[in-house]
Design a binder for this molecule. Structure first.
Ligand SMILES: [Zn+2]
Length: 458
């Protein structure tokens, strides 16, 4: 059976992106690189910064191929010409890769400096890819710096590193810098789904989600885990298998816990935490994932199901839609705030479980008890529409997908048209919105809710 043979190639290798179109989750980088190639405005040096396993080396190679391909398809490398094939195999005479983790001294970069003087042999450009470039010694950087400053037009440098903050400003300023993001969980899950289809693997949707969650934004790690699970379990992968590998709580259990918080159901909260703890689940991950869930809930409530910042699979979105009815945005915001504070404390606390229990109970009270501000607002509204502050920020009105709800009590089925503005519904103030979008703790887990999407808000 050929399936068996196929599996001999490790999945991360087999499904490594071959061109810009294959790359997942780095649209901002891909767009800029494509434009550069299309317009012929190619920088002397590129710098890719980002955590491991998210595609820095892959991007470097694709860029090298795009620069030297003899038969490009638009801006994409063809993948079939001699240059493309040799670069992919790491054998191109004009593309040199240096792993600075193990080759970081002056004598290691000397060959590069010497080679720069000679024109490329079989390609348009001589490309030097320096991986883990933060490991180069200051002396090695000094030796390179002059070349980096004024390289011949046929020379291009590509630097990649996991630790951009260790690079000197003099180096960064000579490069065009790109920060690669952790890839969103649902994007990884979708890629895993595609690969399973190609490989004839029957995997549960939640199993793929669990693998993606466990990979924490790294596509390579996700593919390695899938590979291992297939080797271990054959061509059927269940959520339970995947959860066992990472010590994660199942999607359904996590969502139930979030639901219990929203409903103020302390008994279920305590029972769930006890169950997760005794099952040996990773409690720190649990807290992080809960925070991620509430962050998604906030994004859903404020911006709707199609918000660019919503990091959720279709199944998760279904749950978000249901839970969005249980509580209004300002309370969810305060719950998320509690969880974010807990994240900080978890680093120092001895009894993780106790802290989680206490925080979740507190959060569940916040979710169900009206705050002073809410009462004040209600009082103001009773007095009549004198100054009507709610109408002052119409751009923040909740989308149709997020029905208004005021108290903990479930709302009537549908609020029909969005016409009446006088309901005492609270929408997030611009200040609160900005805080959600900017709070590093709220965003720490996927770390990519920046830039373009956020500007949609205001
Ligand atoms: Zn080619």
């Amino acid at each position: 059976m050929s399936d068996r043979e196929k599996q001999h190639i490790a999945l991360p290798l087999k499904y490594r992106p071959m061109n810009f179109g294959d790359m997942v989750g780095q649209e901002h980088v891909v767009r800029t690189l494509r434009n550069a190639i299309e317009s012929g405005r190619i920088a002397n040096a590129y710098l890719f910064i980002g955590p491991r396993g998210i595609g820095k080396t892959t991007t470097s190679r694709i860029l090298a191929k795009a620069l030297n391909c003899t038969n490009p398809q638009g801006v994409e490398p063809c993948g079939a010409c001699e240059n493309c094939k040799q670069i992919a195999a790491g054998r191109s005479i004009d593309v040199t890769e240096l792993d600075a983790a193990s080759h970081n001294k002056v004598e290691d970069v000397k060959p590069i400096i010497d080679a720069v003087q000679f024109k490329p042999v079989a390609s348009k450009y001589k490309v030097f890819i320096v991986d883990e470039c933060h490991m180069l010694t200051p002396a090695a950087w000094n030796a390179l710096l002059k070349t980096l400053e004024e390289p011949p037009p046929y020379v291009k440098f590509i630097f990649a590193t996991t630790e951009g903050d260790k690079l000197l400003a003099t180096i960064i300023s000579r490069c065009q810098r790109f920060d690669l993001r952790r890839i969103q969980t649902h994007q990884i899950a979708a890629r895993l789904r595609y690969i399973c289809e190609q490989e004839g693997i029957a995997a549960e949707e939640d199993a793929l989600l669990a693998i993606a969650r466990g990979a924490e934004g790294g596509m390579r790690d996700a593919l390695s885990s899938l590979d291992q699970l297939i080797a271990f379990k054959g061509d059927k992968v269940t959520e339970e298998d995947a959860l066992g590998v990472f010590g994660l709580v199942s999607r359904a259990a996590l969502e139930d816990l979030a639901g219990a918080i929203l409903k103020g159901d302390a008994a279920t909260i305590l029972r769930s935490v006890e169950m997760f703890d005794s099952a040996g689940k990773n409690m720190r991950r649990l807290s992080g994932e809960l925070l991620q869930h509430f962050r998604n809930l906030l994004v859903y409530q404020t911006l709707g199901a199609n918000a660019a910042g919503l990091e959720a699979t279709p199944d998760q979105i279904k749950t978000l839609a249901e839970q969005a009815k249980l509580c209004d945005a300002s309370r969810i915001f305060r719950v998320a705030d509690q969880l974010a504070t807990m994240e900080d404390k978890l680093r120092y606390v001895l009894s993780v479980r106790t802290l989680i229990e206490m925080t979740l109970i507190r959060a569940s009270r916040i979710a169900t008890v009206a705050s002073i501000e809410e009462l004040m607002r209600a009082v103001r509204n009773l007095r009549g529409p004198v100054d009507a502050p709610a109408a002052a920020s119409p751009r923040l009105a909740a989308p149709a997908a997020a029905p208004p709800c005021v108290a903990a009590a479930p709302t009537p089925p549908q609020a029909a048209s969005p016409a009446p503005k006088e309901t005492p519904k609270h929408v997030l103030t611009p200040e609160e919105q900005r805080k959600i979008m900017d709070d590093p703790k709220l965003n720490a887990f996927m770390g990519m809710f920046k830039g373009a999407q956020v500007t949609d808000v205001s």
